[in-house]
Design a protein around this ligand. Structure first.
Ligand SMILES: Nc1ncnc2c1ncn2[C@@H]1O[C@H](COP(=O)(O)OP(=O)(O)OP(=O)(O)O)[C@@H](O)[C@H]1O
Length: 223
């Protein structure tokens, strides 16, 4: 689904590139965990594959089409969903209205967007009563579930998440990873999650570690 060829990036203020030219591929239906020490370039990598910034060299292909050709705005609107550590929900709106707004922005074809949003929220344990509350009154775990429902409802086949469990306790973190696994295995999406937590990474189908400017696949420890 996503192919990265000879990609590199550097910040103007830094004297050297962040990576050795990256060649990497991500498939649909799989959950990927990305590990790496602080400052290794994980968030920058995610912003490049999410189309928030452009590689300085090399290219990224979505279903064999270059992002340069697709256009970054088009790519972000249609093909990719982003889940942040800080949830990034629209404040002052209810969970329900957050989902309906996302369905409107992405021009979802669902006939009754409100009913669809209520059904989807119920699937992650947010009942209608809770769904009608201002999101700021929900707990961190509940807000992150709303953010994941937003990714689930949109047609985007690629979901990228930056430390989605960073602010959550163990129980909520497990639940979030379960939802990501569902997105990959049941909805056939390609889900790429950056995490500091080894347990989260080990729950993924493929673990990649960014170390010394290179991505290396990490073998899963035997159970
Ligand atoms: N806007 C920027 N301008 C200049 N340098 C930056 C900028 N953003 C990040 N950097 C630097 O680029 C390097 C990679 O940053 P990045 O945030 O991608 O790393 P990370 O692996 O996600 O780190 P963390 O795990 O701490 O979030 C770091 O040295 C960081 O200081």
């Amino acid at each position: 689904m996503l192919k990265i060829e000879k990609m590199n990036y550097w910040y103007q203020s830094k004297s050297e590139p962040l990576y050795h030219a990256i060649d990497l591929a991500f498939e649909a239906g799989k959950l990927y965990g990305i590990l790496g020490s602080s400052g290794s370039g994980k968030t920058t990598f995610l912003s490049l594959i999410a189309g928030l910034d452009r590689p300085k060299t090399g290219d990224i292909y979505y279903n064999n089409e270059s992002l340069k050709k697709i256009g970054l705005t088009n790519y972000r609107n249609q093909y990719v969903s982003i889940v942040f550590q800080s949830y990034n929900l629209l404040p002052y709106l209810s969970a329900l209205d957050n989902i309906v707004a996302a369905l409107e922005i992405t021009n979802s074809q669902h006939k009754n967007r409100k009913t669809y949003a209520i059904d989807m929220l119920a699937k992650v344990g947010i009942d209608e009563n809770l769904a009608r509350k201002n999101v700021q009154h929900l707990s961190g775990g509940q807000q992150q579930r709303v953010a994941i429902v937003r990714a689930m409802c949109c047609d985007a086949k690629l979901v990228v998440a930056d430390e989605p469990t960073g602010n959550l306790d163990e129980t909520n973190s497990r639940e979030i990873i379960r939802l990501f696994t569902q997105l990959a295995h049941e909805q056939g999406k390609c889900v790429i999650v950056i995490t500091h937590e080894k347990e989260i990474a080990y729950a993924c189908d493929v673990i990649l570690e960014l170390k010394e400017k290179k991505f290396t696949q990490v073998d899963k420890a035997p159970n």
